[in-house]
Design a protein around this ligand. Structure first.
Ligand code: HEC
Length: 215
């Protein structure tokens, strides 16, 4: 994206509008951020940029509506059924620990209901990547021969350890690293909610939010 910024070539601007209009990443822009990309372009592009802004607000509206729908399921589910989903069909436990059980690729969710609002929790599940949990950002590490993508779990003076999947990690010697960059994409898969029916979503949420009744 930065490559486009500061250009004033209308053809590039127009290509950028096309690209963003159809991009799943459009969602992640703020209105201001999007507008600022086009600061340097001439007024000629304005109608197209207005169209893009309208698309942004449409996409935002849809997202908000979906989140509101799912938030409305709070209090309607069954915690025990939710537990079975969490450790089973919904595969959350492959990456997340709750009460000492589960994987470590993602953050421990035992007290997520105390640390995060319901809105944020639901958003993290439905739209991973809108904001990444601290210390669980995705990194891309390049060596002369390979590119690894994962979460930085350990840094020593001579190596870094990247967790590249629920059961996989790789230790890379610092002297082999050509480049480390931050990626905005979450290691959490998109669309997990689509594996679940409305009732099942309600159950899973009940389980995620319910554990402060136990503790
Ligand atoms: C393949 C691994 C993986 C799976 C499967 C997975 N997650 Fe995640 N999840 C992550 C990672 C990595 C993060 C941290 C990056 C981010 O915030 O997107 C995360 C973040 C989260 C957060 C935000 C936590 C915080 O402290 O902000 C929640 C909530 C969450 N996941 C819930 C779930 C639920 C519920 C499921 C099952 C439906 C699930 N995850 C399945 C990897 C996974």
């Amino acid at each position: 994206m930065p490559a486009f910024e500061g250009s004033s070539n209308p053809e590039i601007g127009s290509a950028l509008v096309d690209y963003l209009t159809n991009s799943p990443l459009l969602d992640g822009f703020s209105e201001q951020g999007l507008q600022s990309l086009f600061d340097s372009y001439s007024d000629e592009l304005k109608p197209r940029i207005d169209g893009l802004m309208a698309k942004l607000s449409e996409v935002r509206g849809e997202r908000l509506q979906k989140l509101t729908q799912i938030e409305a399921l709070v209090g309607k589910g069954d915690e025990e059924r939710g537990r079975a989903l969490y450790f089973g069909k919904a595969i959350c436990s492959t990456c997340h620990t709750i009460l000492d059980e589960g994987g470590t690729l993602g953050p421990d969710l035992t007290s997520v209901q105390k640390d995060r609002s319901i809105h944020d929790i639901v958003e993290s599940i439905i739209y991973p990547g809108v904001s990444l949990a601290r210390d669980y950002e995705t990194y891309q590490v390049k060596t002369a021969t390979e590119t690894h993508i994962g979460i930085l779990k350990e840094q020593t003076p001579d190596a870094v350890v990247l967790e590249t999947g629920p059961q996989t990690s790789v230790r890379i010697a610092r002297n082999e690293i050509v480049e480390i960059s931050n990626s905005e994409t979450s290691m959490m898969p998109q669309g997990l909610d689509q594996l679940l029916s409305e009732d099942e979503k309600a159950d899973l949420i009940a389980f995620l939010l319910g554990r402060d009744l136990v503790y």
